[in-house]
Design a protein around this ligand. Structure first.
Ligand code: HEM
Length: 138
């Protein structure tokens, strides 16, 4: 049995420098993934949004979500993804790339699981499960 740790996930991941390095590699990977860019709406946005700003916002968000002192200043997940019509299959491709990068950086299993739980909480705002007209307004 492992000793329970009181350190936040942010601290266990190594803080902002380590998180920014993982986000850097992850965004480089997803932005050129042909399976994600097969969605023309995602492809268009991936070529319009400057990578550096995207990495900045995702780093802020991961730092905040893991218990760091940063505050996320970007749009809500629903507002920044609704127009992309992301499918469950595309979400799975995204998750596979995430896992590959966490493995590449040798993030331990426990921290990977906690990250996947956090990422999973946003799925409902990002993945379009039904026609937009069927979604509740507001
Ligand atoms: C947990 C999962 C995800 C997180 C945390 C996340 C995070 C973000 C953030 C922080 C932004 C910028 C918001 C802003 O501009 O203020 C964004 C935009 C974007 N995301 Fe995600 N994202 C996730 C999943 C996905 C997936 C699965 C895809 C593609 C398949 C995707 C593609 C994009 C694209 C293309 C944009 C730019 C949209 C635009 O400006 O038109 N994201 N995301």
């Amino acid at each position: 049995m492992s000793t329970p740790s009181t350190a936040s996930l942010y601290e266990r991941l190594g803080g902002v420098y380590a998180i920014a390095a993982v986000v850097d590699a992850f965004i480089d990977r997803i932005m050129v993934n042909p399976k994600l860019n097969a969605n023309p709406l995602v492809d268009e946005a991936h070529h319009r949004v400057p990578k550096a700003g995207f990495k900045y916002l995702v780093t802020e968000m991961v730092c905040m979500a893991t218990g760091g002192p940063q505050r996320y200043t970007g749009k809500s997940m629903a507002d920044s993804h609704r127009h992309l019509k992301i499918t469950p299959a595309e979400w799975d491709v995204f998750a596979q790339d995430f896992k590959a990068v966490l493995d590449q950086f040798k993030v331990p299993e426990r921290e990977q699981q906690e990250l996947f739980e956090l990422v999973g909480t946003t799925r409902g705002d990002i993945v379009m499960e039904e026609a937009p007209s069927a979604r509740k307004a507001g």
